[in-house]
Design a protein around this ligand. Structure first.
Ligand code: GCW
Length: 640
């Protein structure tokens, strides 16, 4: 239920019941330890002896790690640093009564990724096309309203939610840095400082997206050339002022030479020149620059078959490995294109062994239903993170950090679709432990959010494979991009087919797919280490779900599943739309078990999902029936 205009998400009062019944002792000092004390008091626990729960700063578990033991009726959380104590506290919350039951030896916890970060694509102003939050589906920005900062109590609650799943960094503004937002770096820095102050008690550092052209637009210089002395001085001076105002400032996020943003290419310089210049300004203060690898030609001519957008990031960055300063983090989208419902893992992640790499996931559901469709992304991210890209090394091992594009806004449910809270939850939990089972994480989220009495099976039925369901009624077999141009919601099979964005499916009367083989196509498959290069190159070995990402095949091509491509399209789209109907029916079983406001919101979204899935099914099936002339073997109705 919404209290004080905001839903408690996975931290309702009931989640603290077990702790609230206990006597607790906290050994340690410092601001985050104070946060833990305040949390305990807020939960109703008494700070008294003999304690049932002891939280202590001690030992060598690292700044963020912690250990929990239970002996002789006392649960003990030990942490090396304050952040670890806070994370240990939230682990006890998650465990509930189980934290105070039985006896067990030490269990140790430590995050797999050193930085677990959310990037907001928030603007101060409302952008005429993109709205206030670019690709935001949860209302306006959490940070600004009507051009001025919002109530910080909400930001503080957000920080608390994030800390409870182990997130320790947030970039608060859009990587497309517009005019107003550029000023956050200088004369509006106070607003950033206020957000940082609200998040600091929960161990979250604030980062800022900056424009590479800032020395010109803000500093009045004639150039932003990274090798120009005045430019370097400007960044050094500006950065120094940032740290005078926000001593624990995290650093800069930069989208350079990408989709119209300024960058070093504009001055004939490389991305090493650009990133290292900013890293140099940040280094004295311990800050980092997240330099995005999303660099490609967005003005491609569709007639030009020699260019392949999928190849672009690797071509730009792989040759630069080893040249970046230590405090540069190359931020790479998980796939080579752009957050489609299905993509192979980006080969850039394996191509930068001497560079710090952050893998970027899209928690906001730009291409996965825009928080109108229920689409639990935990299984997708888990597949990405566990993918053995380089020999034994999976993506999670190759990555130093995990970054997610936030799905949160000013909406009372935080995420528009209340069930999309599960994605925010899963992002944090997988960043902490990429080996964790995403369905187990979902179960944890259900338990905390809805309490033990809810019909868990119904929620699992809706969410467990909702990503595969979404995939099944949208673009088939990894080909991607059949969305309406611009806003990217709903089907438009040829919407991007003749556009400059490098996003094509090449369907004709005989077949479909993008030939990215070395033998006859764009050669993208060759960017992978073995065995993947060969696996993706081979028509026989390429996994079905990625077939059309790597190959152009006739409609009659027989998949590894035994079905033909065209029959697979018909079958999956019909079944997918049916599954959407079944999801809505499953929600009916929860009647009376969830708060009426939440119930109403979810129903409205499920109705839209059912409508939209049918729309996808009919447009895709009709399109391919018309193109191929091949009827459905089952003789079901497909519009001609
Ligand atoms: O997914 C695309 C989005 C753009 C976004 C861009 C990016 C912030 O459509 O809206 O811009 O990616 O990641 O930079």
């Amino acid at each position: 239920m919404i209290v004080d205009d905001v839903h408690p998400a996975w931290l309702p009062e009931a989640a603290f019941r077990a702790i609230g019944l206990r006597r607790v002792r906290v050994d340690g000092d410092g601001p985050l330890v104070e946060t833990v004390r305040a949390e305990l008091v807020g939960a109703g626990a008494t700070l008294a002896e003999p304690a049932d729960l002891v939280l202590a700063l001690t030992g060598s578990l690292g700044e963020e790690g912690f250990a929990i033991t239970r002996r002789e009726g006392v649960t003990v959380v030990r942490a090396g640093g304050q952040a670890g104590l806070l994370y240990g506290f939230f682990e006890v919350v998650r465990m509930g009564e189980a934290a105070f039951t039985g006896e067990w030896a030490q269990r140790r916890y430590a995050p797999a990724m050193r930085r677990r970060m959310l990037d907001h694509w928030d603007n101060v102003d409302v952008h005429p096309v993109m709205g206030q939050v670019e690709r935001g589906y949860a209302g306006g920005s959490l940070f600004w309203h009507n051009g001025v900062p919002r109530d910080l109590a909400r930001v503080r609650s957000y920080a608390r939610l994030l800390a409870s799943v182990g997130i320790n960094a947030v970039a608060i503004n859009n990587v497309n840095v517009h005019r107003t937002e550029a000023h956050l770096l200088t004369d509006r820095l106070g607003e950033v400082a206020a957000v940082a102050a609200a998040m600091r008690p929960y161990g979250i550092r604030v980062h800022l997206s900056v424009s590479f052209a800032a020395p010109v637009t803000l500093g009045g210089l004639a150039t932003a050339d990274p090798l120009d002395g005045k430019v370097r001085d400007w960044w050094a001076g500006t950065t120094c002022e940032v740290y005078e105002t926000i001593p624990d400032f995290g650093g800069y996020v930069v989208k350079a030479d990408s989709e119209g943003q300024p960058g070093p290419f504009g001055y004939g310089r490389s991305h090493v020149d650009g990133a290292n210049m900013l890293a140099g300004a940040l280094a004295p203060f311990g800050g980092v620059v997240h330099w995005r690898a999303f660099v490609y030609n967005h003005r491609q001519d569709w007639r030009d078959r020699s260019t392949d957008r999928a190849r672009a990031a690797y071509e730009t960055f792989a040759p630069l490995d080893g040249q970046f300063r230590d405090n540069v983090v190359l931020q790479v989208k998980h796939g080579p294109m752009d957050f489609q419902a299905r993509e192979p893992v980006s080969p850039v992640i394996a191509a930068m062994p001497a560079t710090s790499v952050a893998v970027e996931l899209q928690v906001t559901q730009e291409y996965t239903g825009q928080q109108r469709h229920a689409c639990y992304l935990g299984p997708m991210w888990s597949e990405v993170l566990r993918f053995p890209l380089a020999g034994e090394a999976d993506v999670a091992t190759l990555a130093d950090e995990l970054v997610g594009v936030s799905n949160v806004g000013a909406d009372p449910f935080w995420t528009g679709h209340p069930l999309a809270q599960s994605n925010l939850y899963a992002f944090g939990r997988l960043a902490w432990d990429p080996a964790a089972d995403p369905l187990r994480i979902l179960d944890e989220w259900i338990d905390l959010t809805f309490g033990p009495a809810v019909d868990r099976a119904a929620l699992h039925e809706i969410l467990d494979d909702s990503w595969q369901v979404y995939e099944s009624y949208t673009a088939p077999l990894g080909v991607g991009w059949m969305v309406s141009p611009g806003h990217h919601y709903g089907p438009d099979v040829d919407g991007y087919e003749y556009s400059p964005w490098g996003t094509y499916h090449f369907a004709d009367r005989d077949g479909i797919g993008v030939d990215r083989t070395r033998a006859t196509g764009t050669g993208f498959a060759g960017q992978y280490p073995q065995p993947w290069s060969q696996v993706f190159e081979s028509l026989d070995r390429c996994p079905d779900e990625l077939l059309l990402f790597f190959h152009h095949v006739p409609y009659g091509h027989v998949l590894r599943s035994g079905s033909t491509v065209i029959q697979h399209i018909y079958d999956t789209h019909i079944a997918g739309a049916e599954r959407a109907v079944a999801m809505r029916a499953a929600w009916e079983r929860l009647a009376g078990q969830v708060a009426p406001d939440l119930d109403e919101r979810v129903r409205e979204r499920l109705d839209e999902q059912v409508r939209s899935a049918a729309q996808w099914r009919d447009q895709i099936n009709t399109y391919f029936l018309r193109k191929s002339g091949v009827p459905d073997t089952e003789g079901r109705h497909i519009y001609g």
